[in-house]
Design a binder for this molecule. Structure first.
Ligand code: NDP
Ligand code: MG
Length: 404
């Protein structure tokens, strides 16, 4: 295929040294190799990468992919490279503004991703969204900004990628369904699945006292530490409910969660006519990552496919609210609106940090989130300054509970 037929896309990856970031670079290498062989029409040029402190890996990635601009969130992080290096808490946003890519993959962790996500949405840059916390805390700013600029929020989170694919099938005349966009009215309920994590069947009292090592041993997914703990508490599913609310304008009564230990079915759209559409793929993040990169096209995958012959059963169960109270707290946050998502997220970030630092028992994480949600004022959340103030207040509250 002559080069002129290739679609050239300039890419920035925020959080390139993490679990999603490294798998994104794997997908980029795979897709570029396909393009080289004439088997794909898209070619990706990585124009910027960001990490927090892992300058060694960042420099290696930059050399391998020929990346001209790098960024380190840590002011003092060391790096040896010929590339230009931006530094500090504002480096993620600065990187997006300096490079103006076609697509930014947001794969950093936590509310630290808010300014860069919002900047990309305002600039009309497409966002392959992994950093769900930014949308949970600031969806009321990011979604309208994306609508105004035409930026698309392409889900990387497997459940939302799955839901996106389910909803795509409902568009009359084969139009593209471009998030953020309301789910079609025929969708009665959108269900996202959860593996149940390492404590799906552990007695609740025993689970409350789980060690860091036990909580980090996820049965089906391999992820960064924060997301793995969020999966064990099911705060991750709570964050994902709020994420789905923003991506597809779904009210709390049109959202649901099912425990599905095999992690094969990622999302189900229940339709008004009694039919359901589900999306299935192996638990391999390279599958949704690649779709966010190639959409609206698809290419030969670098992720593993489902082995149907080895698949004995697909099980589904309602989550037990006594075991996983985080889901109820997330539904409440969706109903309350305002800055409730910012409180839910920030309190959790502090509590997870404290658990990983062995300062609080596992069972305290969600209790602290619940206490913050019940206490921290969050009605005024219409500007970035107001949201950051709520985020700060929730962090302060949670830090007090962690110490006390
Ligand atoms: P990791 O902890 O594996 O990686 C995080 C990445 O972000 C690293 O590159 C890290 O740099 C960088 N980073 C973290 N904090 C900052 C900061 N303050 N400033 C600059 N860079 C920072 O996380 P994951 O890849 O697991 O998760 C990334 C995001 O994707 C999260 O929002 C998560 O919820 C979401 N997600 C993850 C999934 C998964 O399978 N892992 C699935 C679905 C969503 P350094 O290496 O230097 O610390
Ligand atoms: Mg997920």
């Amino acid at each position: 295929m002559p080069d002129s037929h290739l679609m050239h896309r300039r890419l920035v990856i925020l959080g390139s040294t993490g679990s999603i970031g490294t798998q994104t670079l794997e997908a980029v290498a795979h897709l570029n190799a396909l393009a080289e062989r004439g088997q794909s029409r898209q070619r990706f040029e990585v124009v910027g990468l960001l990490a927090r402190s892992n300058g060694g890996m960042l420099a290696d990635q930059a050399a391998r992919f020929g990346v001209p601009v790098l960024a380190l969130g840590d002011e003092d992080g060391t790096i040896q490279t010929r590339a230009r290096v931006l530094r500090g808490a504002g480096a993620a946003e600065e990187l997006v503004r300096a490079t103006r890519p076609d697509l930014v993959v947001t794969a950093m962790v936590g509310a630290a991703g808010i300014p860069a996500t919002l900047a990309a949405a305002e600039m009309g840059i497409d966002i392959a969204l992994a950093n769900k916390e930014a949308l949970v805390a600031a969806g009321q700013l990011v979604v309208p900004a994306a609508r105004r600029s035409g930026a698309r929020l392409l889900p990387v989170d497997s459940e939302h990628s799955g839901l996106w694919q389910c909803l795509q099938g409902l568009c009359p005349r084969g139009e593209l369904l471009v998030p953020p966009t309301p789910a079609p009215a025929v969708v009665r309920r959108a269900i996202i699945t959860a593996s149940g994590g390492p404590f799906r069947t552990t007695p609740v009292e025993r689970m409350r006292a789980a060690t860091v090592e036990e909580a980090l041993a996820h049965p089906t997914w391999s992820m960064g530490p924060k997301n793995t703990i969020d999966s064990a508490t099911m705060v991750n599913k709570g964050l994902e409910l709020i994420e789905a609310r923003w991506l597809f304008d779904l009210s709390a009564d049109r959202l649901g969660v099912l425990i599905h230990p095999q992690s094969i079915v990622h999302a189900i759209a229940e339709l008004a006519d009694g039919s359901s559409i589900a999306q299935l793929s192996a638990p391999d993040m390279r599958c949704p990552i690649q779709l966010a990169l190639t959409w609206p096209m698809r290419a030969e995958g670098c992720a593993r496919a489902i082995d149907w012959r080895a698949l004995a059963s697909l099980e589904f169960a309602e989550p037990d609210p006594a075991r996983f109270p985080a889901i109820g707290l997330a539904f409440e946050a969706i109903r309350r609106g305002g800055g409730a998502g910012a409180v839910f997220n920030a309190a959790n970030e502090v509590a997870v940090g404290a658990f990983l630092g062995r300062c609080i028992p596992f069972g305290r994480i969600v209790e602290i989130v619940g206490e913050a949600c019940a206490t921290v004022a969050c009605a005024r959340a219409g500007t970035l300054t107001e949201i950051m103030a709520i985020d700060g207040a929730a962090r302060e509250f949670a830090a007090g509970r962690v110490g006390g």
